[in-house]
Design a protein around this ligand. Structure first.
Ligand code: URA
Length: 224
């Protein structure tokens, strides 16, 4: 365990996150090594109340990376990203957009579940700027290993983490941005669709969401 936590310890005392990433990359070259390091993460307080870390999942050569906000209740219990209701919505949209699910690496901007306990229920709480900033480190390593051609930011937290600034989804939606060697598109988080009450808005917004994912898929065709 001592050895496992050495990366997280080093990270805590870092002078410069950006300067440290290449050094860490020398040691974390695979997704399994990354998972081990993430499991020992104490870079922000969220690890204290979460059941476990929820690392990104998918092939190491995935062409598409989808980045959500943070694990939800189900993800925290099971240790896998997007396995709850938002994940089922995302899976449906991926299929409708004609994207091969096997080519997708799914992950989150923040790797531990943040919640407020209300009786027996654990209510999702948005990660704050500090937590997003501290966790960006892990996504940078994921991106360096997977090297996705296209990244899809699902919602404002993911977009903020990836672009390192606060963003308004409505302003960036529909654009094809660049981040490192990857193209980036920004869209809604699938849980937004779950919160919509009337069926008409739900169907309309789901269609828009699928269209955004198709936009990502078309960028992939261009990159091929
Ligand atoms: N919402 C997210 O942003 N990520 C998950 O893994 C599940 C729900």
């Amino acid at each position: 365990m001592r050895q496992k936590s050495q990366y997280a310890d080093r990270a805590r005392t870092e002078q410069s996150r950006r300067a440290a990433i290449p050094i860490i990359m020398d040691e974390i070259r695979s997704l399994s090594a990354l998972r081990e390091s993430e499991a020992a993460c104490t870079r922000c307080p969220l690890y204290r109340d979460a059941t476990q870390v929820v690392p990104g999942e998918g092939p190491s050569g995935a062409r598409v990376m989808m980045v959500g906000e943070q694990p939800g209740d189900q993800e925290d219990r099971q240790g896998h990203p997007f396995v709850g209701p938002a994940g089922r919505m995302l899976d449906r949209a991926i299929v409708d957009a004609g994207i091969d699910r096997k080519q997708v690496f799914v992950t989150n901007a923040v790797k531990h579940f943040k919640y407020e306990q209300r009786g027996k229920r654990r209510l999702h709480k948005r990660p704050n700027a500090h937590e997003i900033e501290r966790c960006r480190w892990w996504n940078e390593i994921e991106r360096a290993i997977v090297k996705p051609e296209v990244i899809v930011a699902l919602g404002a937290t993911a977009a903020r983490s990836l672009l390192d600034r606060t963003v308004t989804i409505g302003k960036l939606r529909g654009e094809a941005l660049s981040i490192g060697d990857s193209r980036l598109i920004v869209t809604i988080h699938p849980s937004y669709l779950l919160r919509l009450r009337d069926e008409e808005s739900k169907a309309r917004e789901f269609k828009r969401f699928v269209e955004d994912l198709r936009h990502g898929a078309r960028l992939l065709d261009k990159a091929a």
